[in-house]
Ligand binder design. Structure first.
Ligand code: F6R
Length: 613
């Protein structure tokens, strides 16, 4: 969702804030703004991209060494100049940037209005600035910090907050409940951000704030405490990501860079974890809970979006390889049912960002009901990775493109390793089979590389032909049914073409009515044990003049002959096939979106990290 940055030190605050906001722009990009303290409160903000903000800051020559900034993904109030952050108190002396939702903002606003305060925006954030000021100026005995604490106690909802006040011109106040915030520690300077990307070029020392905590930060020191004023000593972590990892490296878009990074990101995910020679798998993050996993009655996987699709692949993997029953839940639905989960169950949450509000809530719900909670996350230090009992990192590197690509394949790789490990531990996979699986898994990065080199041109040709198709259907069976869902999601989110994914056999129960000569149908016919059935489904589409694009195993001439376009992928075991079949689908969506002139890395209405429910 929204991105927050803050800086205090000796550099030009405007420069640091704008650079940081550009790095955070993938979190929200409908408006951007900064407040810089320089003897007065200089605020520059407005609808649109950070680049507009950069221009207006330069034109107005706003300088200073301390400030806060924000890039917005609108929740309350349309994206316009007035609703952009920062928001000011009545006197204009206090500025606030906020990520999250204040649920009781209406009643608070009513009270503050009755007290004579005037509101300018439709946002929930403005009440925070106003309420802090109301409390702060209401009594001589209350410090600014106490006013913030008292305000936070009245607020119901979630927040990541950064606040500055002209009365304390060398300090930034931050607080967190439900929206991530971290503090970067430099030499005579401090950085604040929603994630590590704006900080990494200045320092690798960071402190993660937890829910219910706040910090008072100046250029040389920081003090972390609970919002009940209990002082805390926080661990200082070292960031492992590099600056290269968050830049485009010559690619026109982050998404394309991330698609092409997959041979490496998959290899990074496997590194040190599989041993081909011995036929063993080592997953340090879950070693201590392996017995619980072996004895688990079932695994409940909860996730959202693309991560939910990888969870569906996980269901096939765990049931086939480890014979453990699995249910896959939309995290948002799980939490609002009365879920039957408890001791003896394992909940496995999957999240690239590790901050998705619905997934986090499902995790907490399962934990409260006594289940053991494991995680698969990409972002080290994220809330989900810290709240799970144990887990495995995907090591895919930062994913900046809003549409998830390399995170998906890395999640599937982790699920594959977990399922294999569990199958071995439970005695369902013997030594010889383990070696075979692991040998094949180790070959996946090269096969992905082969696909990327072999199908880039043909996907561009296909994209030209189908750029203006109004609808797409994606069909798959078994392991490739979730890939059909993922292919459809990729297309709709970045090209705004309506697309549906279905289990191929389900087509005849309704969607077949949509098929005519205008309908491109992407069939993923690369799962050996269901291929004959898939051929019948392709025939059904052909009989209604649908246009077949197939992703198939090489040498499948039957499918090839039935297809207008076909992309062949190297053969592999059925259970590893999603790692290969998804690659051409990512490329196809990418090139169609580019042809349509869409903003691939920042699709409309989306944000990378969905920290509101
Ligand atoms: C799709 C996409 C989203 C995310 C979803 C969950 O390309 O990126 O559907 O997969 O918002 O996000 P994480 O994995 O961060 O929990």
């Amino acid at each position: 969702m929204c991105g927050i940055v803050g800086y205090v030190g000796t550099r030009d605050a405007g420069d640091v804030l704008v650079k940081g906001l550009k790095r955070l722009e993938y979190r929200g990009y409908d408006s951007a703004g900064v407040a810089i303290l320089n003897g007065e409160m200089s605020v520059q903000k407005g609808k649109g991209k950070v680049i507009n903000l950069e221009k207006s800051l330069a034109a107005n020559e706003i300088k200073g060494h301390i400030g806060i900034g924000h890039t917005r993904w609108a929740t309350h109030g349309e994206p316009n100049d007035v609703n952009s952050h920062p928001h000011l108190s009545e006197s204009g002396r206090i500025a606030v940037v906020h990520n999250g939702i204040i649920e009781n903002y209406n009643s608070l606003k009513r009270k503050l209005t009755e007290n004579g305060r005037t509101f300018h925006s439709q946002t929930d954030t403005e009440i925070i600035a106003q309420l802090i000021e109301e409390i702060y100026t209401g009594s001589d005995k209350i410090t600014f910090e106490q006013a913030i604490q008292l305000t936070l106690k009245q607020i119901v909802g979630t927040y990541g907050l950064a606040i500055v006040n002209l009365d304390t011109p060398d300090k930034i106040y931050i607080a967190r409940k439900g929206s991530p915030l971290l503090l970067g520690i430099g030499e005579n300077e401090m950085f604040i951000a929603s994630d590590a990307s704006p900080i990494v070029e200045y320092t690798n020392k960071v402190v993660y704030l937890d829910d219910g905590e706040m910090a008072v930060v100046d250029a040389n020191s920081y003090e972390v405490k609970t919002i009940d004023d209990v002082a805390l000593t926080k661990e200082v972590h070292e960031l492992a990501i590099s600056l290269d990892a968050i830049e485009k490296a010559g690619y026109p878009h982050f998404m394309l860079k991330e698609i092409f990074e997959q041979p490496r990101s998959i290899a990074d995910c496997l590194r040190g974890r599989i041993n081909e020679k011995n036929g063993t798998i080592q997953l340090g993050g879950i070693a201590e809970v392996m017995d619980d996993l072996v004895n688990a009655k079932r695994i409940v996987i909860a996730a959202c979006g693309t991560s939910w699709h990888s969870g569906l692949v996980g269901e096939y993997l765990f049931e086939h390889l480890a014979k453990t029953p699995v249910e896959v839940e939309y995290a948002s639905e799980f939490r609002y049912r009365d879920p039957l989960i408890g001791e003896g169950d394992v909940m496995l949450v999957i999240s690239q960002s590790g901050e998705t509000a619905d997934t986090l809530a499902a995790l907490r719900e399962a934990k409260a009901r006594g289940a053991m909670v494991l995680g698969i996350c990409n972002v080290v230090g994220s809330t989900i990775s810290r709240e799970t009992d144990a887990g495995v990192f995907t090591h895919a590197g930062p994913e900046i493109g809003v549409a998830s690509t390399k995170a998906f394949t890395a999640q599937v790789v982790v699920l594959t390793m977990m399922a294999l490990k569990l199958g071995i531990e439970k005695g369902h996979i013997n030594k010889k089979q383990a070696k075979e699986y692991i040998r094949e898994l180790a070959a996946i990065p090269d096969k992905v590389d082969q696909i990327l080199k072999g199908c880039d041109d043909v996907t561009q040709d296909m994209a030209k032909l189908f750029t203006y198709a109004p609808n797409f259907l994606y069909l798959g069976r078994s392991y490739n049914f979730p890939v059909a869902l993922e292919g459809a999601l990729k297309l709709k989110e970045i090209s705004y073409i309506h697309a549906e994914g279905y289990p191929a056999a389900e087509m005849k129960h309704g969607p077949i009515a949509l098929i005519d000569e205008m309908m491109p149908v992407v069939v993923i016919a690369a799962t050996d044990h269901t291929n004959d059935k898939m051929v019948s489904n392709i025939e059904e589409v052909k009989a209604r003049k649908g246009r077949i694009i197939s992703i198939m195993n090489s040498e499948n001439s039957e499918v090839k002959d039935l297809s207008e376009f076909s992309i062949s992928i190297p053969s592999t075991k059925d259970c590893f096939s999603p790692l290969l079949t998804v690659i051409p689908l990512q490329l196809l969506s990418y090139y169609i979106a580019v042809n349509r002139g869409c903003n691939v890395d920042q699709p409309r209405n989306l944000a990378k990290s969905v920290t509101v429910e």
